[in-house]
Design a protein around this ligand. Sequence first.
Ligand code: AMP
Ligand code: ZN
Ligand code: FE
Ligand code: FE
Length: 279
Amino acid sequence: MVGADVGRADLHIHTTASDGVLTPFEVVQEAAARHLKAVAITDHDSIAGIAGALQAAEAAGLEVVPGLELSCEDGEDELHILGYYVDHHHPGLQQNLELLRSARRERARRMVELLAELGMPIEWERILKIAGDTSALGRPHIAQALQQEGYVNSTNEAFDKYIGRNRPAYVPRYKVTPSGAIEMITAAKGLPVLAHPRGYEHVLPELVKAGLVGLEVYYPGYTLADSQALAELAKKHGLIPTGGTDFHGYGGFAAVGLGEVSVSLQSVERLQALAAARA
Ligand code: AMP
Ligand code: ZN
Ligand code: FE
Ligand code: FE
């Protein structure tokens, strides 16, 4: 980095409040040990991890950005929108997220049924035990159950063979539209940012019109050239560049360590200033 290094931030992290392995407390401890200056907690359809992370942050001496990640319909495909500085006490947001989580539970049950039909019965209790406190049930929980039962050797294999998109036990889940997600986040005083945007560059103008304020420029697997192109695009649209690991804490998908992909703390300062200006 050129100039004064104000520190690094990992702004895309999942915890046990959704399908991550570490608790919010553990994420903050690990981030401090890795000398990060800020982390964003961005669980799928859940803001339940935020309070614990904020509490742990004080003692650990780092900044926690409250956030979440929503999956949206994009025709046949899906795109993900992160929301930073959402008000995690907002009743409307809580309600909307509970609807999304109940759709997740229904969908997980259906996937377990399909797996049983494929000759791989799993006790529902096992899924619940793996999921722990979260009500944001996801395919990673099912993948772990498949591995525990010995049906697969890794969670990756579970996705490749059975629960990945278009595999035999895959069930799509209810998703909001991109503009619906942006509205949901904005109504809760949050800042919508397009997650892992490579391949979705064409939808940017539309999302910007709907209220997008940032673009995830740094992400596992993105080359320097990818990130440079995305940074240019962010600049062009007046978007704040963000970045992070999409840390889940299990092997396979986006399997990098906490903070191994990061963004300058300057981006956090820009997000914070914008959130404050809107409050
Ligand atoms: P869900 O939200 O239940 O549809 O599950 C999506 C989550 O599954 C993502 O956030 C990743 O954590 C994980 N995931 C998706 N695809 C894969 C894959 N091919 N291998 C491993 N994990 C994956
Ligand atoms: Zn996930
Ligand atoms: Fe995502
Ligand atoms: Fe994610």
